[in-house]
Every structure is written in C-alpha cells, then in structure tokens.
Design a protein around this ligand. Structure first.
Ligand code: GDP
Length: 304
C-alpha cells in the first residue's frame, strides 16, 4: 500500500544506504564478509540474536547456492531477508479475535507515551467504519490527561467513553466499561490502561485484576491484549516486550510511529525472538494512520 510505502520511507532509506555501503566494500566471501554482514544487520535494528541467526543461515545458503559474485551474493541475502519477514507469517496468527457472543474486550497495554490512547482512537474508528458498535474505557487513571485525550477521540468519532475520576481504581473503570458494553449491546470494548513498568509485580497485579473483572462479567477472557510498542525506541521496545510478555498474556503487538523512524527493522526480532505476532502498525498521528500488519507488503515496501 501507498501509506505503508510512505510510512516506511525512513527505514527503507537508512537500510539501503547501509546496504549499499556494505556491498561497496565487497571483495570476496570470507569470514570478514560475514562479520561485517552481522554488524550491518545489527545496525539495521534486527537485534544481535536475530542478526547472528541470520548470518549463520546466510553462510550456509551462500555455500549451497555457490554464490560468488557481488550480484549473486546480494540476491541470496535479500531473498533470505524477505523470506524471514514472510515465513514468520505462516506460523503466527496475526488476525484479531472476536468473542463468539457478547462484547469483545480489547486491552491496550504498554509504557507511557508509546501511543496506546492514539491507537485506541484509530482502532475504534476503524471498527466503527466496519459497522461495529464500539465503547471505550479510560482505565489509564494514572497519567494526567489520558482520560481527557480518550474522551476527545470519542467525541471526534462519536463513540461513547466510560471514565473514572483521576486516580480512581482502574479496575472500577473496567467494571463500568464492561457493564456499559453489555447494557448497550456493544460489539467491542477498548480498554486504555496505565503503563507503569517500574514495578513488574504491580503491573502484573493490576492487569490480572482487570482480567478477573472482565472474566467475571463476561464468558471469556479479554480476546486481545495488545502490547503497544514505539518503533522509534528500537531495541528498548524489544526489552519492553520481554517484560510485558512475562507479566501478562500478550496476544499481539501494535507497532507505532513507524513513520517517524528508521528502525522498522525491529519487526524481525519482535517476531523472531519473542514469537509475538505484530497485528497493527501505526504510521502517523491521524485517525486513518493505522494498518493491519501484512508481512508480504512490509517486505515489499522495504526491499521492493
Ligand atoms: P500513551 O501514553 O501510550 O497513551 O501514548 P499517546 O497515545 O498519548 O501517544 C504519545 C504520542 O505519540 C502522541 O503525541 C501521539 O500523537 C504520538 N503517536 C502515537 N502513534 C503514532 C504514530 O503511529 N505515528 C506518529 N508519528 N506519532 C504517533
């Protein structure tokens, strides 16, 4: 898509600059070559573990295909990278899950500032356009302004927002949100949560309390716990994902701010090392700047 191409421009530019610089130095396929390749991959935010794995696989592949010339080597490597982006999609479920009956609850988790509230604004409009009845719950009662921000998104999209007082127990807002969703026969309830990560135990307790309330009032667990990650933070985002994955059952990733960064390469370690499907990508601040993640399109935009 055009929006994805535009959103990935910075990543693509940096990636091709690094790549061209690397290949400009090409002399022959020796151990130095593979060391430099590994470093180039790390520089492209692929992460150390994934870069090492890729380099090992490429060493085998180059031998297997008996690639020698600059052109041949370049083709083998790009094919392999595109493959890695794509093949992840085969074993993962990047689709959104909906409750067979009653409202579907979608929790957004992640540290402050990654774009949870904005993502709910975008996703709620997306599903409203698709004909779904949507309700929002402002359970981030911790960050000043979070509730007002969500209410503003609700007004803009004409979607009801359930709020609590500042510093109210987030679980009570979730409770009110679930009640409203049931009473108004809504299809989807989006829950904005606070992103405190200083204390893993607190986070875990707060999230499990919310989930307990949801499962008490509705027949199912929340259908989605979407971890929002800010792509501009690169490897930090991967670290955050590890912590959240240990604290709660994350069902998928929303990768935001891809438009503002050259670090789009972090899609690979997120999927390759954490085995979490990227379900959505954020490509700007406007309501329509969000897209379902599609591995093929992503690879095509980067290498096409
Ligand atoms: P929260 O604390 O996780 O709820 O984060 P917010 O939703 O308040 O977002 C923090 C900032 O990031 C805001 O200025 C948003 O406009 C901005 N933002 C969120 N998503 C995107 C995105 O995909 N692209 C860009 N460029 N900015 C974004």
């Amino acid at each position: 898509g055009e929006k994805l191409d535009t959103g990935l421009q910075k990543t693509k530019k940096t990636w091709s600059e690094r790549w061209n610089a690397f290949m400009a130095n090409f002399r022959s396929v020796d151990e130095d070559f593979f060391d430099d390749l590994e470093e180039t991959l790390i520089g492209a935010d692929v992460g150390a573990q994934t870069a090492l794995q890729l380099t090992d696989e490429l060493r085998d592949e180059v031998k297997l295909q008996n690639a020698k010339s600059k052109q041949e080597i370049s083709e083998v490597i790009i094919d392999k990278l595109v493959d890695l982006y794509r093949s992840q999609g085969v074993n993962e479920d990047a689709s959104m899950h909906f409750a067979p009956e009653g409202p579907t609850v979608i929790l957004l988790v992640g540290v402050n500032g990654v774009g949870k509230t904005t993502t709910i604004g975008k996703l709620s409009a997306y599903y409203k356009r698709a004909g779904k009845k949507v309700v929002l719950a402002a359970a981030d009662t911790f960050r000043a302004g979070a509730t007002e921000q969500l209410v503003a998104w609700g007004e803009r999209n004409d979607i009801p927002v359930v709020t609590g007082s500042s510093k109210a127990d987030p679980a009570s807002v979730v409770f009110d949100g679930v009640k409203t969703a049931i009473d108004t026969q809504a299809d989807i309830l989006f829950v904005d949560t606070a992103g405190r990560l200083q204390n893993n135990v607190n986070l875990m307790q707060e999230l499990s309390k919310m989930k307990r309330i949801i499962t008490r009032e509705l027949p199912n667990e929340p259908q989605e716990v979407l971890l929002t990650l800010d792509a501009t933070t690169g490897q930090n985002a991967v670290q955050q994902a590890k912590l959240f994955k240990d604290s709660t059952d994350v069902t998928g990733i929303v990768l935001t701010k891809l438009d503002g960064t050259a670090k789009g390469g972090i899609v690979l370690p997120i999927r390759n090392e954490l085995h979490l499907p990227v379900k959505w990508v954020g490509l700007g601040e406007k309501v329509t700047d969000i897209q379902p993640f599609e591995a093929n399109d992503f690879a095509k935009s980067l290498f096409g």
